[in-house]
Design a protein around this ligand. Structure first.
Ligand code: NDP
Length: 347
């Protein structure tokens, strides 16, 4: 492949961290963002990896976010914690909230966490995988910006509303899925528009509500949930959990505050952690072993795999060989690390 640069994980870390801190993002915020961005690139999820660095920086430079924000943790109830990200980025809020959430889950059997006033610009699997690595079952839900019409409607209302689930294993990495409730990501439709390619039917409707394969018409109209009303109902659930229950914003409320379509947007997240040792399987080991029996049944069928297996393969490869990113992206982040502020097209 031409036009790419290969970096070791340590080089990627140094580059991203230097770019973030060169633009006033505090050490704590930059460390948490860097960890998230590099692990996402490492696991073969480039759409939420180093590609996002210019957007993080632009949001700080334009005064959208508070680059030195210090998240505040509130103990709301024996099983509930709240983190006010104070207009900063989600990775640090998630990092400071993880320990109290895990402690409450172990003590109570189950615990929840709402994160508010936060800019989430990443995949969700890092936050649930971290809890599962500690032996907890975990869920995460994030609202977005109003891009997706409710099933049967024609006006954007819901976000692309991802949800993630992680199940710990006694050996090996957790089983994790992390998926949006829209038929396709907005970024993917934008890439089709850039490349002059049609989008499949069922991904978006035009502003009159008619099905379209024209990405430009779809972006001007509304995206559709995956699986018709079933995906629409999941998107509704994510809005209620991450918006209302967390005490944050619905996607349409976020869009009203920040209608611009670049960079991270203000929002909120809801997480649940469950200790299998405190549930009905007799012991954590018994619960997890029962899970293994199901996984074995799944994998017994040809053509199957468990979610997170692709990432595990990508992770092992990146650890051995480093990551390969587009030359243009590398040069842009390197320029940012030197203090350059030319940040048009921040994504
Ligand atoms: P994908 O459709 O790419 O993948 C969804 C999940 O399905 C992954 O966990 C994947 O595991 C798993 N999977 C894929 N193929 C199989 C298979 N054959 N068998 C079993 N499991 C499989 O995800 P989306 O496009 O919906 O979302 C992409 C990312 O975008 C997510 O990380 C999401 O969090 C992020 N996002 C973030 C937003 C935000 O506001 N922060 C908004 C919207 C999306 P594997 O990883 O192993 O392939």
């Amino acid at each position: 492949m031409t036009g790419t640069v290969r970096l070791t994980l340590a080089e990627a870390d140094t580059l991203v961290h230097a770019a973030l801190t060169a633009h006033g993002i505090s050490e704590d915020q930059a460390r948490a963002i860097t960890d998230t961005v590099v692990m996402t690139e490492r696991d073969g999820c480039p759409s939420h990896g180093m590609f996002r660095v210019p957007g993080y920086i632009l949001s700080a430079l334009r005064g959208r976010t508070t680059p030195g924000a210090v998240p505040v943790v509130y103990d709301l109830a024996p099983g509930v914690v709240r983190v006010d990200a104070a207009n900063g980025y989600s990775p640090l809020a998630l990092k400071v909230g993880r320990k109290p959430l895990a402690e409450k889950a172990r003590k109570q059997g189950i615990a929840a966490m709402g994160i508010v006033n936060a800019y989430h610009f990443a995949a969700l699997w890092p936050e649930v995988e971290a809890l599962a690595a500690e032996g907890l079952v975990a869920f995460a839900f994030v609202m977005g910006q109003a891009d997706v019409a409710p099933s049967g409607g024609i006006k954007p209302l819901f976000g692309t509303n991802p949800m993630a689930f992680a199940w710990p294993r006694r050996e090996g990495p957790p089983v994790v899925f992390d998926q949006s409730s829209a038929a396709r990501s907005r970024g993917d439709i934008m890439l089709h528009e850039r490349d002059g390619k049609p989008i499949p039917l069922g991904v978006a409707i035009d502003k009159h509500g008619d099905p379209t394969t024209d990405p430009t018409a779809g972006l001007a109209g509304a995206q559709l949930p995956f699986g018709g009303y079933k995906g629409g109902n999941l998107a509704l659930m994510v809005e209620l959990l991450a918006g209302a229950l967390a005490g944050g914003l619905f996607s349409y409320e976020s869009s009203a505050v920040q209608p611009e379509e670049w960079g991270p947007s203000i929002g909120s997240e809801f997480m649940i952690a469950i200790d299998p040792a405190r549930c009905g399987g007799g012991s954590a080991e018994a619960v997890l072993d029962h899970g293994e029996a199901l996984f074995a049944q799944v994998l017994d069928q040809e053509g199957t795999r468990l979610p997170a297996q692709r990432r595990a393969v990508a992770r092992a490869k990146s650890k051995a060989e480093g990551v390969e990113i587009p030359q243009l992206l590398h040069d842009r982040i390197a320029a940012l690390a030197r203090g350059d502020t030319a940040l048009e097209e921040a994504g």
